[in-house]
Write a protein that binds this ligand. Sequence first.
Ligand SMILES: [Zn+2]
Length: 349
Amino acid sequence: MNVGLVRDPLYLKHKNGDGHPERPERLVAVDQAIDLVAFADELLDLPAGDAGHDELARIHNRDYISRIAATDGERPRMLDADTGVAPESYRAALRAAGGTITAVDAVLAGEVRRSFALPRPPGHHAERNRAMGFCLFNNIAVAARYAQDAYGLERIAIIDWDVHHGNGTQWSFYEDPSVLYVSVHEYPLFPGTGLVQDTGRDIGQGYTLNLPLPAGQTDRDYAIAFEEVVLPVLGEFDPQLLLVSAGFDAHRDDPLARMQLSVDGFRWMTRALVEIAEQHADGRIVHVLEGGYNLEALSEGVTAVLEELTSDELREREPAGDRSTASEGLQTVLTKGERVLPRHWASLA
Ligand SMILES: [Zn+2]
């Protein structure tokens, strides 16, 4: 199956500063790995567009957008302790959000059924009026709003398996029942948000789902978390489009976190989400790169996910195993979830 791919040379121009883990070499490594895959003829390069200020303003406030725009062509500097800008960062950020829209557009227009956007800077920590955690504009949130406005979608699910909680994405849709946000992340860890009991506000109650897991979770634990909570809720929500905040920093070799996933774990999650997409969303699923700081783990992870996406058949996945075989940390979180989540989701009752 053809899978749309969004890459752009401008994504390499954004720099956070010397020695920073979120560096252009991440995408160079991914590019090199993609060039070597056996299924390269099934990847369809999509030309990335630029997001306009009106598209960004559905998620960010105009003053904030202007502040980032004002860095265009200026000297490199830090916006906070860990998020920097270079002279080309603003333009790269417009294209990062725009390229994510491109990936969504290609799927919703029926050009491809699945796509993967590989932008820099990443997006899921960017808040309404704040750059944060290596992120300037919230690419996936901007693209979700675009999908609603341009195609009238009523139910979009965002699944965030980056090892960090996607605070910016969560707050973007915290009072909004039309976008389900599901995050599986390491806790405690940056940014410190994403508790089980944080499930949304007002009419958005229930439409945020956080699984904050202690360090050390394995492929098996992630699979159990998916089978026990993530997949039933996705099925019940019945999304028309799946968006995946695909970070690869939950890999056991990542230097910024302490999870224990292997590349097989990312394959497993992709198979499970493709199945949900096939059952509920006409097969429409878009992956968007977030973090991942070990170059080898990152490039192997991205190519493994791409290989899964090119498969025409639903690939069988290893049985997750019984809940009693999950780590103690996961069992504790699942028990906490049982006190909160069945209120919103009959499938968990
Ligand atoms: Zn991350």
